[in-house]
Design a protein around this ligand. Structure first.
Ligand code: RB5
Length: 158
């Protein structure tokens, strides 16, 4: 059994890719949590983005993989959640560096963009690459500061 727990979630468009990625992660010895969806029936990706991201924020999973048609809707929704750093990737370099430099905790994949082979390479590099820290920690801290200021200005304007 691998040390990390990976939570997965998808909408109807991402459903087949989510299942394929989950099967690969299971075979590689990761613990996985599947937050759905569980069919190809049309559904709303922001709900699944939230379900997956909450598991990371609650400490039940280290990382999250979200799949929709493009990966973009999932990434936009996920990045609204405080503490989430979601990256929509379709190349291996970005998948590696978003862990090394951004400490991304969510990888978003486009099932209508990627083949399953490339998607698995992206996931594999994402889950096996660790954050570099150092000057990158300062920058990630600045993102957290920005999030906090945005939350505060929302309260003031509410
Ligand atoms: C669903 O048709 C599609 O819009 C969704 O999966 C995603 O690509 C949105 O960004």
């Amino acid at each position: 059994m691998n040390g990390k727990t990976i939570v997965l979630a998808a909408d109807h468009a991402g459903f087949p890719l989510k299942n394929a990625v989950k099967a690969q992660l299971d075979a590689a010895g990761y613990r996985t949590i599947d937050m759905g969806t569980h069919s190809s029936e049309s559904c709303d990706y922001p709900l699944y983005a939230e379900a997956g991201c909450r598991k990371v924020l609650e400490g039940e999973a280290e990382l999250c993989v979200l799949c929709c048609g493009t990966g973009v809707g999932m990434s936009i929704a996920a990045n609204k959640i405080r503490g989430i750093r979601a990256a929509c990737c379709s190349d291996v370099y970005s998948a590696r560096y978003t862990r090394l430099h951004n400490d991304a905790n969510v990888l978003c994949l486009g099932a209508r963009v990627l083949g399953e082979g490339l998607a698995w390479e992206l996931v594999e590099v994402f889950v096996t690459t660790e954050f570099e820290g150092g000057k990158h920690a300062r920058r990630v801290g600045l993102i957290a500061d920005l999030e906090a200021r945005e939350a505060d200005s929302g309260k003031e304007n509410g």
